[in-house]
Structures are given as C-alpha cells and as structure tokens.
Design a protein around this ligand. Structure first.
Ligand SMILES: [Zn+2]
Length: 79
C-alpha cells in the first residue's frame, strides 16, 4: 500500500523550503531549518510574492530557451 496522500498541513518555508511548524507560544509559523518566524498572513503574502517571481522567472527562462534554440538552429544552418 502506498501512501500517496500528501500531508496538506505541512507548510514549507518560503526562504529555504524547510518545514514550518506553528508555534503556539509565539503564535507564529516557525521554520525548523532557518528559524524564520512569520504570521500566517505574512506567510501567505510571501508566498504570493514568490509565486509572482516564479512566474517572471519562468517567462524569462522560456525566452532564453527559445533564443538559444534559435541560435542553435541558426548556427546549424550555417554549417
Ligand atoms: Zn526556512
């Protein structure tokens, strides 16, 4: 039997991708790896920002890739 069901409660740190746990005493989400402590609201905001960045990077990568493909094609034509 494979456990394919993911733990939805596991929160990932936006800084280092470590596991974040909710600390009841400070009422913050605390990263177990880098120690980042933020409220859930802040975490949501950071995630939204990261998503924006990720999308931009994806587009940039896409552009770079197609440019390189074109270059390869162009150089291939010459030979
Ligand atoms: Zn972290």
């Amino acid at each position: 039997m494979s456990k394919s069901s993911r733990k939805k409660k596991e929160t990932v740190c936006p800084e280092c991708a470590g596991t974040m746990k909710y600390d009841r005493y400070v009422r913050l989400m605390v990263c177990q790896r880098c120690g980042l402590a933020v409220t859930r609201e802040e975490l949501d905001k950071m995630r939204a920002e990261l998503r924006k960045f990720a999308q931009v990077e994806d587009t940039e990568d896409e552009k770079r890739r197609s440019r390189k493909e074109y270059l390869d094609w162009y150089l291939g034509q010459k030979e």
